[in-house]
Design a protein around this ligand. Sequence first.
Ligand SMILES: [Zn+2]
Length: 172
Amino acid sequence: MVKKDVCDKCSKKATVKFNQQYCDDHFLQTIEKRIRKNIRKQDIDIKHQFYLIKQKGHEYELTKHFLKKIFEGRLKIKEVTKKQPKNNIYATSLDEEATKFLNEFFNNKKIELKGIKPLDVVMQKEQKEICRILQIPFEDKKDFLTQFEEQYPGTKYSLKKTMEHFKERKIQ
Ligand SMILES: [Zn+2]
């Protein structure tokens, strides 16, 4: 028997199929692990007060969900409508950040990479699956990068790497 429809990590039926395939539980676990790793790279000292910038949509709900899950209430987060002088947390997705980056890059604007973005490593198509599992309403936003990614798989991840490179070298 070919293990075609089975989760890569257990014997349950795979419900999410991208490069790897997972059951709902293992997909959530994989994403959470990726977000934890991403958060570790960002400047978070739990002694300080953090501000989650309010916005509509699933990115916001998912950011709240994962922050709660990962920090178990140890991180002081205040939901605010306006950007604070520091310690701002933004709800986003890899797609959104990559699109913003490209727009800024091509329009020769100052590249704004400040702020904590726990979900800038999670693609919209992955967020869609998480929303299904957690029963959070998802609205589809198909941008040019998503179409690009469909034609040339891997684009978003290469772009993310390029962004890291820029961040490390502090090119502005
Ligand atoms: Zn599994």
